[in-house]
Each structure stands twice: as C-alpha cells, then as structure tokens.
Design a protein around this ligand. Structure first.
Ligand SMILES: Nc1nc2c([nH]c(=O)n2[C@H]2C[C@H](O)[C@@H](COP(=O)(O)OP(=O)(O)OP(=O)(O)O)O2)c(=O)[nH]1
Length: 149
C-alpha cells in the first residue's frame, strides 16, 4: 500500500479503528483537555516520521499491541471537499485506518487512557466520542462488513 504523507497546515494525528470479532475498540482519554472523551487510539505524527510508522508506534506505546492495517477511512467527498483526512478544528487533521490485531493480544491502557471498550454496532454510539470521532464512527457504521462477528 502506498500512502502519501500529505498534510494540511497544523498537526497531523493518526488513529486506528481496530476491529475484533465485529467490535470496535474505543479508548477513554485519562488526561488533558479531552479527559473523559472516547477516541480511536493513536496520536501525533512526529517530525520526520511517516504517518503509518507513527500509528504503529502509538499503538505499541498506548496499548502494547501490533496490528495489521486495512484501508483508510475517509470523509465522504461531499463533506470533505478535499482529499485530506478529518479536520481537527484548531489542531490540524486526523487520518484513520481500519486495523486488526496481528494475534490474540489484549490491549492495555498503558498511557493516555483509563478505560478500553469493545463496541458492537448496536452500542457504537454508547460512549461519549470526541467531536470528530462521532463522524468517523458514523462512517464506519455505514460499512456493515466491518461489524460481522
Ligand atoms: N489519538 C486521537 N486523537 C484524537 C482523536 N480525535 C481527536 O479529536 N483527537 C485529538 C486530541 C488531541 O488534540 C490530538 C491527538 O493528540 P494526542 O495527545 O493523542 O497525541 P500524542 O499522544 O502524540 O500527544 P502528546 O501527548 O505526546 O503531545 O487529536 C482520536 O480519535 N484519536
């Protein structure tokens, strides 16, 4: 897979929609401005780092897991109007990929999170997602294949 490290102004954040047995992994932030909000795990791309390298690094640091990445989850062209990821107002943008665990691993909230939860489609909106994540999860919920047990 070829991934361009295009970016608009501001910080580039990357995240993973990790599915296991038809459930999506949600993580609750334990500190900072977004404390208590639920997100897709990931973090900021560091200078000189590729987006995908950053994503694998963040998942290892935050959850102690290794993943296989699937496809990028993009906003609908109508909503985005441009071929970038999801706008993070005042921050930059976030790009999201679907992912699966490479083996039978148990993600742990090692840093940045205090709770993890696996959500099926029926409970996908039962947590208080950060603003843009609500839209991302809505897009994910439109693809029933991801949620097959
Ligand atoms: N990781 C992640 N961040 C998100 C999501 N949705 C969302 O608005 N954000 C925002 C919150 C933060 O402003 C920014 C990500 O910063 P971060 O704090 O996770 O990144 P990091 O671990 O590299 O940061 P740092 O504490 O080392 O500075 O993006 C999401 O689904 N996942």
């Amino acid at each position: 897979m070829t991934v361009t490290d295009r970016r608009r102004d501001g910080v580039l954040v990357v995240g993973a929609a990790i599915f296991r047995d038809g459930r999506l992994l949600a993580a609750r932030r334990s500190k900072g401005r977004h404390r208590g909000g639920w997100e897709l795990p990931g973090g900021k791309v560091e200078p000189g780092e590729s987006a995908l390298a950053a994503l694998h690094r963040e998942l290892d640091e935050e959850l102690g897991i290794t993943v296989d990445l699937g496809t990028e989850v993009n906003p609908s062209p109508r909503e985005a109007g441009i071929p970038f990821g999801w706008p993070l107002p005042g921050v930059g943008e976030i790009r999201i990929w679907t992912a699966s665990l490479t083996s039978a691993q148990q993600p742990q909230p090692l840093e940045d999170h205090d709770q993890l939860r696996w959500l099926d489609l029926a409970s996908a909106f039962s947590v208080d997602w950060l603003g843009v994540d609500t839209k991302i999860v809505k897009t994910l919920s439109d693809d029933p294949e991801l949620w097959l047990p």
